[in-house]
Design a protein around this ligand. Sequence first.
Ligand SMILES: Cc1ncc(C[n+]2csc(CCOP(=O)(O)OP(=O)(O)O)c2C)c(N)n1
Length: 553
Amino acid sequence: MIYPKIPLAQSIIEICHAKGVHDIIISPGSRNAPLTIGFTNNPKFKCYSVADERCAAFFALGIAQQTKKPVAVVCTSGSALLNYYPALAEAFYSQIPFIVISADRPFDKIDIGDGQTIRQENVFVNHSLYNANLTEDASEANDVFINEAINVAIARKGPVHINVPFEEPLYETTNKLSVDYNVTGLDITHPIVDVDDLIAFTTLWNHSKKVLVLVGECAPNAVEQRWLDQLAAIPSVVVMTETTSNLHHPSFITKIDTLITPFSQVDFVKLQPRILITFGGMIVSKRVKAFLRKNKPRHHWHIDEWRAYDTFGILTNHFKVSPNQFFKQFLPFVKSLDSDYKASFTSIVQQRIVKHHDYLSKIPFSDLKAFEIILPSLPKNSQLQISNSSPIRYAQLFEIDKSVEVFCNRGTSGIDGCTSTAIGAAVGSRKPTILITGDVGFLYDSNALWNNYIPKNFKIIVINNGGGGIFRILPGHKETETFNTFFETSHCLTAEYLAKMYQFEYAFASDEISLKNSLSNLYDHNDKPMLLEIFTPTRENDKLLTNYFNALV
Ligand SMILES: Cc1ncc(C[n+]2csc(CCOP(=O)(O)OP(=O)(O)O)c2C)c(N)n1
């Protein structure tokens, strides 16, 4: 076996292995040579080479999103490291284990005029859960920091940064391990709700005729179906799920915006819950946030082992347990109250379904129409990755087969790594993966395609509406040159030559018939990654969406 000669590099590599870090994404450089040599010569690791650090980090994030295991990214010194920041922030807000290992110059070489040198220590301090600023020699203290960083990434599900100073020579190797490294155990406990709280809060629940459960982004199968079935059977409980929640029950309200956009204040008061229970990550629907901020519940309980955001300005309790643990303890004590809370929305949901189909049957080809055609066409048991921002919002207006798992980078809602994340997720899950992205998001992250690990059955659907269509939808849109240039960033680019350059099969569609034909071709074609570009009418899309909401009444 070949090891790097530098003992500190040996310690890092051995501790990573001992802690189950398996996937290592390496970007090129010299300062990180000891780590690159060590990781790539050790068959226990799966190493990927991705040149652009921003893409490398999102690719790693996609793998970790799927495997739920920490993935390490390794880069050289200087600005390379800063390109990890967008993905690191996404990992922070989406609670994904993520380990940054950056090579650095020794401390006395910083800010003296050496090349490719910046202040790397603690550079992510606002968004990392732990920062290990190592010193140059292998030592017990350094081992403690390395162990702690990896333990934190695993236990608290988030990003950590290990900064490693190396002095030249960097490329020397040895065939013997020369370090005595230490591995400290990881103690993961699963907290429970304490009995006093359980009694107090079930009493509250059992006196509340209106309980709204709102679920944001969740990993598939994160919550046991038996708890969902029990929740669904309680007349005083309405469950609203977002597309990224990956939770399913026929009685859950899945199309939140479709239901509530036409509501009057009288309807909102009827819907206003006494208790709001939330779990999962970020909520996409702006409308449900506005509704709950204006019509505040009396109590808001958030369930998450680590974090609770006061999204609605009324957070009253943070249950620091998993949703499964919460329901396991609570549901046996929750009484079925006499309440029409749930029933009063059932008929409205049915009406909305009729109006939804009626409106969609009449409209011309557009973003909305394209989503109506694409989403039901997705192959069963596939994985759908969606970009920000209007693609995920459109997707929330439609049913998606429950065998399709849905993901979107909603931690920071960035458009900077959706394609890279999707490729990483395809590699990490090994499932047939389809990315639906906007054109600006796609062009932004086009370096994602500069990646040698893209599975042959990976598919990208680019909805090309000639710019950032979301800005036409958001309030404030006026058809001016300023709007076109600075908000929409309108363009006439297409994905065709990028697809060719990166050896993707390419097809396009610009109406219903060509879209339906191209979709079946897209799914049948599995010997080469494929990109389908859909051209929609820039200036019609927003009107058709506005009219959709008007037509629901
Ligand atoms: C890194 C980053 N920069 C800017 C934004 C702001 N932003 C949100 S959506 C968007 C435009 C997205 O356009 P596109 O991908 O074409 O999707 P569309 O809205 O047209 O569906 C921009 C610039 C962001 N979310 N992330």
